[in-house]
Write a protein that binds this ligand. Structure first.
Ligand code: BES
Ligand code: ZN
Length: 592
């Protein structure tokens, strides 16, 4: 007996699911999905089958054509949930489970109409990564197992359902409802199962890409992401032909807890990317790059998460370079360095969470989440590329994709492959230091440009009165302004805040990266004129990347702590469960 993934009850000696047939009845009143899943094994299976579940009410289990079979639920584990053990009679090719999801299912956020842009209809979206698919479907919820799927989703008439799959028809259903069918023919890890239901419209961006959003935002979204086909072409240049047929995107309501999620064929995106100037489309480049690094070649468990994210950040910056040049790329690495240093600081008492090859037995993967797998991982990939040389590395990447396509691999498998293809390169870059030692190795690649050095110098001269001139400010791109703000001292005075806002017009920025960076500085300075804007942002946006620093910065003064608690009380019913948990963690660390 062997459980290869510490976050799943999956037993490697048991049959593997090959395909799921899903039926979801979406009930907005009860905030529940009435679900039926049929797990197909391909071959004949028998004996114990352990599935992951969390918060699911199992109603019945049967083998089609045979009838009910025995099943039992294990004790609740706070991280894993409950094991559902089925006992399959000999010759079983498929088994069906009828069940009901809980209104608290972590994979699902049920939004009232007021939480949408149109305010007319409710909205539902899923977020299964890391280990929340088990709150939506009983399944072998580990990337070690890959499944294709078919789905039928029944929703109130007037609402549209989309999934991480291709549409395969829709038709009216009894009782004023409508059924949408989907097919995902390629095998995916369960964390890439995805569903959204709402008032949705779409606009075509290219023959293989369209964007979905609420009708009120769809035009803005189509404008913001108009360049996506260019990105797909650049990514294909890096990795080979796009493997998923279509690349569509969905812009979610503002409570979506991430910037983007790489659900195959349907990237999910936060509406905070709609800056109005295309300045935040690097997130799209990132999610698109996951089509290869993550979705095609997948981490075997969350202990190897850096294989997904490190490669993807590296690819995102390569796409940035080919689209906007080396200066833009260097700024991207500088923002990453900033995020990396913040994460290393946050985990300074937990150095075991700062290695790339993680050991997560007993640790909730959402608690281990940080910029470290992203940025330390991307630096390891960049170091390998530098050592091998661009051309050899390019060929290596193509081989890597070909060899492991549609499989899920470990760090150890990755290293063995690198050693075989690029002998000596791992040792030359000191890969073990990245993989197994805390912090960032001294030898990690550093990305510089004259432009970046100029911004750094200027920001470092802030305490001595160094200020950017009006012409300089007018010429800055959003990325330059952001890097400048990130490099300013974390504690500035209220006079400094007034100067910044007056000269950089920060309060009204549509670019959330800039806006939140500014509000974080203002919160730390106890700068009262920013309070209304801080409240507005925290009441509306659920993206954890913004909530964590902004609430954190409110911890410095009695008055801002009171503000943070008051805002959280009002805002938390509208937050996603994941976001609520992160903010609670931040508030608990406030001094009394
Ligand atoms: N796959 C991640 C989002 C994620 C990570 C969800 C872990 C659940 C658990 C996605 O690709 C991502 O990295 N998003 C970033 C984008 C950024 C790095 C460009 C985000 O949401 O900020
Ligand atoms: Zn990612």
């Amino acid at each position: 007996m062997h459980r290869p993934d510490p976050h799943s009850y999956y037993e490697s000696s048991q049959p593997k699911t090959r395909r799921l047939r899903l039926k979801f009845g979406v009930d907005f009143e009860q905030k529940r999905i009435q679900g039926e899943v049929t797990l197909e094994f391909g071959d004949e299976a028998k004996g114990d089958l352990d599935l992951d579940t969390k918060g699911l009410e199992v109603q019945s289990v049967k083998v089609p054509g045979l009838g009910p079979i025995p099943w039992s639920l294990g004790d609740e584990d706070a991280i894993l949930g409950r094991r559902l053990r089925l006992v399959l009679p000999a010759g079983t090719r498929e088994v069906s489970v009828q069940y009901l999801t809980s209104p608290e299912a972590m994979a699902l956020q049920w939004l009232d109409p007021e939480q949408t842009v149109g305010k007319q209809a409710p909205f539902l979206f899923s977020q299964c990564q890391q280990i929340h698919a088990r709150t939506l479907v009983p399944c072998q919820d580990t990337p070690v197992v890959r499944v294709s799927y078919l789905a039928e989703v029944t929703v109130p008439e007037g609402l549209t359902a989309v999934m991480s799959a291709g549409p395969s028809g829709d038709a009216p259903a009894p009782g004023g409802r409508h059924t949408y069918r989907f097919a995902m023919p390629q095998p995916i890890p369960t964390y890439l199962l995805a569903l959204a239901v709402g008032r949705l419209e779409s606009r075509d961006l290219s023959p293989r890409s369209r964007v979905w959003a609420e009708p009120e935002t769809v035009e803005a979204a189509a404008w913001e992401f108009a360049g996506v086909e260019d990105m797909i072409l650049k990514a294909e240049g890096l990795f080979g032909a796009y493997p998923w047929d279509r690349y569509d995107m969905l812009v979610l309501p503002p409570s979506f807890p991430y910037g983007g999620m790489e659900n195959p064929r349907m990237t999910f995106l936060t509406p905070t990317l709609l800056a109005g100037d295309r300045s935040l489309v690097d997130v799209v480049a990132h999610e698109l790059a996951h089509s290869w690094t993550g979705n095609l070649v997948t981490n075997a468990s969350m202990e190897h998460f850096w294989l997904n994210e490190g490669f993807t950040v590296w690819a995102e910056r390569r796409i940035l370079r080919t689209l906007h040049g080396g200066d833009a790329e260097a700024l991207g690495w500088a923002m990453g360095q900033n995020a990396l240093e913040e994460s290393l600081e946050r985990f300074k008492a937990e150095p075991h969470l700062t290695v790339l090859r993680l050991h997560l037995e007993g640790i909730d993967p959402d608690d281990a989440f940080s910029s470290i797998p992203y940025e330390k991982g991307a630096r390891l990939v960049a170091a390998l590329e530098r050592e091998a040389g661009e051309e050899r590395f390019h060929r290596f990447l193509r081989d890597y994709m070909d060899t492991f396509r549609f499989t899920s691999i470990t760090t150890e498998q990755f290293c063995a492959f690198v050693e075989a293809q690029l002998p000596g390169v791992l040792a030359a870059v000191g890969a073990d230091d990245y993989l197994h030692r805390p912090g960032l190795p001294e030898s990690a690649p550093v990305f510089r440009s004259a432009q970046l050095d100029g911004l750094t110098d200027l920001a470092e001269r802030w305490p001595q009165g160094g200020r950017p001139g009006a012409e300089q400010i007018a010429a800055w791109t959003p990325a330059e302004l952001l890097v400048y703000l990130q490099k300013l001292p974390r504690l500035i005075t209220q006079e400094d805040c007034a100067w910044l806002d007056g000269n950089l017009a920060l309060m009204g920025r549509g670019n959330y990266e800039i806006l939140v960076e500014w509000l974080t500085l203002a919160a730390a300075a106890d700068y009262e004129p920013a309070f209304p804007r801080i409240r507005e942002v925290l009441m509306k946006v659920g993206r954890m990347k913004y909530l964590r620093p902004l609430y954190g910065a409110l911890g410095g003064h009695p008055r801002t702590r009171a503000l943070a608690r008051e805002i959280f009380t009002a805002a938390s019913p509208g937050y996603h469960g994941l976001s609520r948990r992160v903010v609670q963690g931040v508030l608990e660390k406030f001094p009394a």
